[in-house]
Design a protein around this ligand. Structure first.
Ligand SMILES: [Zn+2]
Length: 355
């Protein structure tokens, strides 16, 4: 299904616009007899005007369509989201065209928003099917090469590419046609200067979001490295988040906080440096004191050793003298004994001679 079709005379029809964007009543093509040859802008196959059970106008491919036409493969959810985006853009005062192809066929915007002056364009992509990070980045780059900004919109709960390219996750309204009932549940953040942290904003309607983005009130911002733990609305829980749509005021508040943090960091560094130097001085004094202590101790030991040596020398000398005296006494005694022996011998010899 699609919202656009080519009319053989009028050209491009858009089922979401009054008069199909060509001053043509819906009845002029819906079940018109004779049948008008409408074709698919994507594959050129015949299409016919149709009404959904909820009375949404769209175009369906005739039987025997090419199995590869992207427009024919898109789901009802996808179409609903495109229609809601187009409606939100138109309410913001910009024009919205659905399923707009690039002149060279390199892209096809789900909804192309054009500013009232015609100078600015922004592509809004309803992305419900899984897409790789590389693919979505490449498609975003193709738009920016032509000065077209873009926003990717998903109504899924888990959207892995949400931070890598500008995007949001939305919750459909209870009555899907009620555009104001659509809420942006992920992708919008604000910076709380007092808390010094980002928080997810949970109460933005899709039309308000679209109006703010088109009016430059919201900018896709990459969050500073130190601020990527962000708070969830109405709780103390945090999640990691590297980017989001936010106001210039929040971006400035983050910058101011970062500057303050850096000043505090610098002051802390100065303080730590001062403390480090004081500690160094204390250590130096302690080392000096220890050295003096050591020197005094060494001097004491030396003095003690000197005295011990002197005492030892004195005792040695005394022992020496004592020893010499002892030897002298022993020699004298031996001499006296020798004299006594000689005297005994002499007396014995004299006695023998008397015999
Ligand atoms: Zn087709």
């Amino acid at each position: 299904m699609s919202f656009t079709a080519l009319h053989p005379e009028r050209g491009r029809l858009d089922a979401t616009l009054t008069g199909l964007g060509q001053d043509l009543p819906w009845e002029g093509i819906y079940r018109a007899r004779p049948r008008i040859r409408l074709t698919c802008p994507e594959c050129g196959h015949g299409v016919h005007a149709k009404l959904s059970p909820r009375r949404v106008r769209y175009f369906a491919h005739d039987p025997g369509r090419s199995p590869h036409c992207q427009l024919s493969l898109e789901s009802a959810d996808h179409h609903l989201l495109k229609r809601v985006l187009a409606e939100s853009i138109r309410r913001a005062g910009w024009s919205a065209d659905l399923e707009v192809p690039a002149p060279d066929g390199s892209w096809r915007a789900d909804v192309m928003a054009t500013s009232p002056s015609g100078e600015r364009r922004m592509a809004w992509e309803a992305q419900l099917s899984p897409i790789s990070g590389d693919d979505i980045q490449m498609r975003t780059d193709r738009y920016s090469a032509e000065q077209i900004t873009c926003c990717w919109v998903s109504s899924r709960d888990r959207v892995p590419w949400l931070r890598t390219v500008p995007g949001i996750a939305v919750t459909p309204a209870h009555l899907p046609e009620v555009v104001e009932g659509w809420m942006v549940h992920d992708g919008v953040v604000s910076f709380g200067p007092r808390r010094g942290a980002w928080a997810r904003v949970g109460d933005v309607t899709l039309p308000a979001f679209v109006r703010w983005v088109l009016g430059d009130g919201l900018i896709f911002h990459t969050i500073g490295r130190r601020y990527r733990r962000i708070h969830l609305p109405g709780s103390n829980a945090t999640v990691r988040c590297s980017a989001g749509w936010t106001t210039q005021r929040s971006i400035d508040a983050e910058s101011a906080h970062e500057a303050m943090r850096q000043r505090q960091e610098a002051a802390k560094h100065v303080r730590q440096e001062r403390e480090r130097k004081a500690a160094e001085r204390r250590e130096q004094m302690e080392r000096d004191r220890q050295r003096q202590e050591d020197e005094r101790h060494r001097a004491e030991v030396e003095e003690r050793n000197r005295r011990t040596r002197i005492e030892w020398e004195r005792q040695s000398a005394a022992w020496e003298a004592e020893h010499r005296e002892e030897l002298r006494r022993q020699r004298q005694q031996a001499h006296l004994q020798e004299l006594a022996r000689l005297e005994r011998d002499r007396q014995e010899q004299a006695a023998a001679q008397q015999w």
